[in-house]
Design a protein. Structure first.
Length: 118
């Protein structure tokens, strides 16, 4: 199976369970793996034979900036749902949403969720 990788979609949003997360906001980073047959695109060199990633990048950014989710799991699911509905050739998708600076005392790491949808 072929994969389109889209890494490092970064946007600022107001997602989270804590009131401070909703008031102050924070950055989110999204990585996508789109599983799709790219054989026709490889032969034709035509955009219509592949999945144009521009729209999914724009929609992912819009979801982060404009939708209110408590959980990054919900954001990941919304991104996957959009992608699968946008192109019937997508066989499945992996969505990874990372909080680079989660509000956890004495913790300097990141938190991420990765989901796979058919």
């Amino acid at each position: 199976m072929d994969i389109i990788h889209i890494n490092g979609i970064k946007a600022f949003g107001y997602l989270g369970v804590l009131p401070a997360e909703n008031a102050l906001g924070q950055w989110f980073i999204v990585d996508l793996k789109i599983f799709i047959d790219l054989a026709a695109a490889g032969k034709s060199d035509a955009l219509e034979d592949t999945h144009s990633y521009v729209e999914i990048v724009q929609e992912t950014t819009r979801l982060i900036q404009n939708k209110k989710f408590k959980l990054i799991e919900s954001l990941a699911d919304a991104i996957a749902t959009y992608a699968l509905a946008s192109d019937s050739r997508i066989q499945h998708i992996k969505v990874k949403v990372t909080k680079p600076t989660p509000p956890i005392p004495h913790f300097s790491g990141t938190v991420a969720v990765e989901i796979t949808r058919p």
